[in-house]
Structure formats: structure tokens, C-alpha cells
Design a protein around this ligand. Structure first.
Ligand code: ADP
Ligand code: MG
Length: 695
């Protein structure tokens, strides 16, 4: 393998390349845009485009693409060759500033939630100079934002950039009150990505995995994750080779893949990058997911990014580590040595507390999906109730301020192993809390409710916007205050008094918490269908409009897209289930029935003095379950037909949740029980053991 520092970023049009290849004034102008979010001067675009093209050609590229993030949650790309005819039957390779800045993909086949009639096909992609271009598989990729002819936003990137801008504006105002003049405040994100790997040959035999990304059938294996031997366990050679390949490819694209390990469930793993600016981290997470899948194929593996590929073992999530950082590199959520005296920190912390409490429902919607419904609240992932873990030290400080008492910083304690030879070190002042959906982990918050498949754009749009809103309220107050320190403490005190209900340092998995949260009035939006409508409440629309993130119609259309998306996913799953049940499971079960009853018949016909009691009861059980399988198939078919009577978007999604999904569950239960009875040689597809414990 080449040296890491040599391959790192070798396929990225990054700082170093720009500095080397762009004229000084052009480089400076571009830098300014990237660092300060200033508008780019169109005159430099031609120069940048030409340098990008020359560099990309040297990397073997023949095409370029405007790479964007439509509301499907995945990325989209259309490749154009650099060729341009010269009139003598030959071509030259060209790439203009205009082509760099603007692209025009047909918008009519991307979800718009009714924002755009199908005949209005025009859509534009606009170069995002704040995220580096890169070369991948012979194409120059240009990160872009995507909108309609009429100006409506059709992607996840534009609102994300807007939300970062909103937060920047308000955070700068606050910092000015502390006598600090910074050029920019950005939000930073480090997403930890969980995934499963399964053997490609096994995968190919399962229609459910191919079509829906998760197993729709499968009896519990004899061994699951109960021995707790997979988490951080020794990584199997085949998987280790995959991870090594993946790291290398990610590094080439300038992605700071840092940590890799086995996760809790068998065949489950995790990759965490070093954090970066939110929009870049979003692009990188999309690329990471894409490469995870691509590289798996090379190793005859398939990477499953679904939130719940297997029932009964852990699902996959994505921990969104989030903070705010100034252009001078100051992390605004760093408590420092003495958090109680760090009023600036306490103010930013209070802003997050208030934002999470006031907009807990929006945070919940931001992670809602059919796939994630299997995780949230299922005793493995955080519950659907959003609350916040601060740890004892910060909670104590904030409570003291609330009560007007003197606050104390926690005393440093040292790790005692009882073995002199082992080095001693100061312990963190607080333990972790694995069960909290939104946990303070030292100098950042970790939003843990995200599903593994989803783009991280949505949750970060909500985080940035809601915190920006609260920062604005705080900044307005500080504008009118004569003594800033005093006013800050008053704000912290008030925030605690009004919003401490969101703070919960206990066990989020317990039933008591569900009751306690209800007493505190915290929303418990159990399923996506419960959660999604809250995206378009008047309060939410007012928030997004005020900060210029989404218009009312954009919020409403996104709500519809989410609801429609939910119903579509369940519909595909239900149809896949029916197909497998009718064409694969039932024939196998009927064949096995025949074997059992033939055996019984032979025994009876022989007239020997042997008991056939067991065969009879076994046969009866098998026969009854087979009957039941057939009637559950009929039921699900009928329920799907009736879906047509529920046309209105919300009603439709709700119907899918309450009837189709439930009916799928009962069909699965019967089929899974049959799996435990039917001969292994007859069972039509690989079982959980085959899938989870491949070598
Ligand atoms: P922990 O051990 O608390 O999980 P790590 O250092 O392993 O912390 O970090 C987990 C993730 O959080 C990594 O992706 C890391 O880059 C990210 N992270 C660390 N600091 C920040 C920050 N200031 N902003 C955003 N993400 C961060
Ligand atoms: Mg973590």
C-alpha cells in the first residue's frame, strides 16, 4: 500500500492543488468565498474551470458531473464528456466557467412534493465552491445545489447551507458581545456510520434484501448478540481487508476515515471520520455510504445500510456529533477548565438546551423514516422521546445558577487501577450515557437518533436553524443589556427554569422514563407517521421562513414527500413479502407437508404396531400453520387492495402504518415459525445463521 500521506486527498481539487494551479488573485478570491461564504465573482469561474479540467484530465477523467443531493436522500449525477468538436472531425477538451457554475438536469423525475408540475421540467444545479471538487471513476465531480426554475429548493444541500448561514449570523452577534470579532462561525459534524456486511452469494438469494435492504422473514438464530462477543471484537480477515480497501479509497477522496471496529450485532461494523464543516461532512458521508457499497462488491460482500436489516439484533444508526466553531478554531461548546466561569460557553450551551426543548418535535421528524421506526424506542437505539444528557457536572452547575447558589466545578479524579505499573490519568468529569438521544460528550453534542441510511443534512438543518433562532433571541436581549455578564447569567437561569425538563441523565430505555417524560410534557412521537406532520406546524413554518431556510410551500411539500415516501417503502416491502411468501415459502412448505404426510401414510399402511402419534401431531401443527400462512397472505393482499380507499397523503401513510405494516408483522410471525419446522434443505433462502455468521 502507498503511504497514507501520499494518497490522502490525491483525487481532490483541494487547497494545495488550488494554490499550485490557480493564479494568486483567483485563488485568493476563491478562498474568500470558501472561508467567509462570500459570493463568487463570475469572472474567475473560467479560470477555475480550466484549471480543474486540466487537473482532472491528468487524473484520467473524461467526464464531469454536477453532483447533487435531491430529496431522495441519496446523490444524483449526470455525466458529460469534456469533448467539443473542432469542425475537422476531431475534438478538443473543454470546460467553461459557465459549465462549472450552472448545470441543467431535468428536474421532473426527482421528488418535489407537488412543488413542480411534471411539465415544468427545468431544474438548475449551482456549484458549491465551499465543498471541494474531486475525481472518481474517470469523472470530475462538482458538488452543487439543486433548485427548480421557479426558485424552489429541490435538494438537501441548499437548506443546509442556508441553516449554516443563519447560525453563523447569530453566533457572530453573540461573540461580539464577548468582545470577539470573528469572520465566521461554522457548525462541525462528525457522523459515525454503522453498517452490516453479508456474503454476496447469500444476499443474491434473498429478494427482500435485494429489493428492500432488510430481511422481511427470518427466524431468530440460535446465537444472536447475547454473548456480547462481537462489539470491538477481533475483525475477521475478509472484513479487515474490506475495511482497509475502504479506508484507502476514502482517503484518496480526502475523507478523514479514522476509526473502525466491529459493532454490537454479528456482521455489524462502524466507521467514524474526523469531524469537519457540516456541508463537507454531509458530502463526505454520502460518499462514504456509496463507497461502502461499491467496495463491498469487490470483496464478494454486500454492505447493508438499512436501519434494521435483521429483526432481533441491533439495528444501524448514525451518531451525529455536532458543535460550533469559529474561524479562529475556537470550539464554542468547549467548557474549558472551569465551565462555571465560562459564561460564553454557558450561553451557547443554554441556546442548545432551549432549542432542543422548544423544537424536540422537529428533531424527531428530522430522523423519521420507515427504516428508523424499527430502531427508535426498540431498546437498542434511543427512544422516540427526545431528551438531553448533560452529565452531573454541567447539570449541577446549571442548577446552582438557577437557584442562585454558588456553582462548583467538578474535582478532578484519577483513574485507579490498583496496579502501580499502569499509568494514572485524570478521568473525564462525567461518564457517558449510551441511552440518550442527544448527549453532551465533552465538547460537542452527539445526536444519536439518526438512522444509518439517511442523509445527515436533514437533522443538521434542524439543529442549525433552531439553535440560530435561540441565539438570535439571546443576542437581541444582550443588545439591550448594560451589563453583558449579568444578563448572560439571567438568560442561563431562565433557560434552566423553563427548559430543564429536556435534561435527563438517567436510563432512556426504562419504562419509568416514558411515564416521566409524559409528565414533563415531552413529545413522544412513536412512529414516522406520528412525527412527520409536526414538520409543517405553524410554529415550524414560521421558524423556517424567518431564517430563510424553507418557504411555507417548501415545508409543506417536504412533509408530503416524507409521508409519501413512508407509504411507498411499506408498499414495496409488502409486495416483496407477498411475492416471497407465495412463490418461495408456500411451495417449500407444501412440499414439506407432503413429505410428512406421506411418511405418516406409509407408516399407517404398513399396519405395524408402531405409534404415529408424534407424526400426527407434528403434521397437524404443520398443516395448521400452513393454513394460517395462506390466510395471512390473503389478508395482506386484501389490506393492500384497500389502501386505494385512503388517498389523502396523511391518511394514506397512516393506513400503511396501521394496517399494512401490522398485517406484514403477522404474516412474518407465521412464516418464521414455519422456518423452524421445515427441513433445512427445503427452506428456499439463506437463514439468519447463514447471513450473520458467514466466514
Ligand atoms: P467519543 O469518544 O466521545 O465518541 P471521538 O473523539 O471518538 O469522541 O469522536 C466521535 C466523533 O465525534 C468523531 O467523528 C469525531 O471527529 C467527532 N467530533 C469530535 N469533536 C467534534 C466537534 N467539535 N464537532 C463535531 N464533531 C466532533
Ligand atoms: Mg460516539
Amino acid at each position: 500500500m502507498a503511504k497514507v500521506n501520499e494518497i490522502f486527498g490525491c483525487n481532490v481539487f483541494n487547497e494545495a492543488v488550488m494554490q499550485e494551479r490557480l493564479p494568486k488573485n483567483v485563488y485568493k478570491a476563491l478562498r474568500k468565498t470558501m472561508a467567509e461564504g462570500k459570493e463568487i465573482d463570475a469572472s474567475i469561474a473560467d479560470v477555475v474551470a480550466s484549471a480543474m479540467k486540466d487537473w482532472a484530465l491528468e487524473k484520467g477523467a473524461t467526464h464531469y458531473t454536477h453532483w447533487f443531493q435531491p430529496m431522495t436522500g441519496i446523490t444524483a449525477e449526470k455525466h458529460d464528456a469534456f469533448i467539443s468538436p473542432t469542425g475537422d472531425g476531431k475534438v478538443i477538451l473543454e470546460f467553461s466557467g459557465k459549465e462549472l457554475i450552472k448545470g441543467e438536469p431535468d428536474a421532473s423525475s426527482f421528488p418535489s412534493g407537488g412543488l413542480r408540475a411534471t411539465f415544468e421540467a427545468r431544474g438548475y444545479t449551482t456549484w458549491d465552491p465551499t465543498s471541494y471538487a474531486f475525481v472518481k471513476d474517470g469523472t470530475l465531480y462538482i458538488p452543487t445545489a439543486f433548485g427548480s426554475y421557479g426558485g424552489e429548493v429541490l435538494d438537501k444541500k441548499t437548506p443546509l447551507l442556508r441553516s449554516m448561514e443563519a447560525l453563523n449570523k447569530q453566533a457572530i452577534r453573540i461573540l461580539a458581545k464577548f468582545g470577539k470579532s470573528v469572520t465566521r462561525v461554522t457548525t462541525t459534524v462528525g457522523p459515525e456510520q454503522e453498517y452490516f456486511l453479508v456474503d454476496k452469494a447469500m444476499y443474491a438469494k434473498r429478494k427482500d434484501l435485494i429489493l428492500t435492504g432488510r430481511t422481511l422473514f427470518g427466524a431468530k438464530p440460535a446465537k444472536g448478540q447475547e454473548l456480547e462477543d462481537h462489539y470491538f471484537g477481533n475483525i475477521r480477515t475478509r472484513v479487515a481487508e474490506y475495511m482497509k480497501d475502504l479506508d484507502e479509497e476514502l482517503w484518496k477522496l480526502g475523507i478523514l476515515a479514522k476509526t473502525k471496529h466491529n459493532e454490537v450485532a454479528p456482521a455489524q461494523h462502524e466507521l467514524a471520520p474526523i469531524f469537519g464543516t457540516t456541508n463537507v461532512a454531509t458530502d463526505h458521508n454520502q460518499l462514504t455510504m456509496e463507497l461502502m457499497k461499491k467496495i463491498a462488491e469487490k470483496h464478494d460482500l454486500v454492505c447493508l445500510l438499512h436501519e434494521k436489516p435483521f429483526a432481533g439484533v441491533n439495528g444501524s444508526g448514525k451518531h451525529n456529533n455536532w458543535s460550533m466553531s469559529t474561524s479562529d478554531g475556537e470550539n464554542l461548546l468547549e467548557p474549558g477548565k472551569s465551565p462555571k466561569d465560562n459564561t460564553q460557553f454557558l450561553l451557547f450551551l443554554s441556546a442548545v438546551i432551549k432549542a432542543v426543548d422548544e423544537y424536540a418535535d422537529l428533531l424527531r421528524v428530522s430522523v423519521a423514516s420507515a427504516g428508523n421506526d424499527h430502531r427508535l424506542g426498540a431498546n437498542e437505539a434511543p427512544p422516540a422521546i427526545i431528551s438531553m444528557f448533560l452529565g452531573d457536572e454541567l447539570t449541577d452547575i446549571l442548577e446552582s445558577i438557577e437557584k442562585g447558589e454558588e456553582a462548583h466545578d467538578a474535582l478532578k479524579t484519577y483513574m485507579e487501577t490498583g496496579v502501580d505499573a499502569l499509568p494514572k490519568f485524570a478521568k473525564d468529569t462525567t461518564d457517558r450515557n449510551r441511552t440518550s438521544p442527544f448527549a453532551f460528550t465533552g465538547n460537542k453534542f452527539e445526536f444519536r437518533s439518526l438512522g444509518s441510511t439517511a442523509s445527515i443534512a436533514g437533522p443538521n438543518i434542524v439543529l442549525n436553524t433552531t439553535v440560530a433562532e435561540v441565539l438570535e433571541q439571546f443576542a437581541d436581549r444582550l443588545d439591550g443589556a448594560s451589563d453583558v455578564e449579568k444578563e448572560v447569567l439571567a438568560i442561563v437561569k431562565e433557560t434552566m427554569a423553563e427548559h430543564k425538563r429536556i435534561i435527563f441523565n438517567g436510563n432512556n430505555y426504562s419504562d419509568e422514563w416514558v411515564e416521566e417524560a409524559a409528565r414533563r410534557g415531552l413529545p413522544n412521537l412513536k412512529t414516522s407517521v406520528d412525527a412527520i406532520p409536526t414538520f409543517s406546524t405553524e410554529k415550524s413554518i414560521a421558524l423556517f421562513e424567518k431564517h430563510g431556510i424553507f418557504s411555507r410551500t417548501e415545508v409543506e411539500s417536504r412533509t408530503d414527500i416524507l409521508l409519501e415516501g413512508y407509504a411507498k417503502v411499506i408498499n414495496i416491502e409488502a409486495l416483496t413479502m407477498l411475492d416471497m411468501a407465495k412463490k418461495e415459502i408456500l411451495p417449500a412448505v407444501l412440499k414439506y407437508n407432503k413429505e410428512v404426510f406421506e411418511t405418516l401414510k406409509i407408516k399407517q399402511e404398513l399396519g405395524l404396531n408402531v405409534s404415529v402419534e408424534k407424526e400426527q401431531s407434528y403434521g397437524a401443527k404443520l398443516s395448521n400453520l400452513t393454513e394460517s400462512l395462506m390466510s395471512k397472505i390473503d389478508e395482506l393482499e386484501q389490506v393492500l387492495l384497500d389502501a386505494k380507499n385512503h388517498e389523502e397523503v396523511f391518511d394514506h401513510a397512516k393506513y400503511y402504518r396501521e394496517y399494512v405494516f401490522e398485517s406484514m408483522q403477522t404474516l412474518r410471525m407465521v412464516a418464521d415459525e414455519l422456518e423452524t419446522m421445515v427441513s433445512a434443505t427445503e427452506w428456499p433462502f439463506p437463514t439468519y445463521v447463514d447471513l450473520l455468521f458467514y466466514v
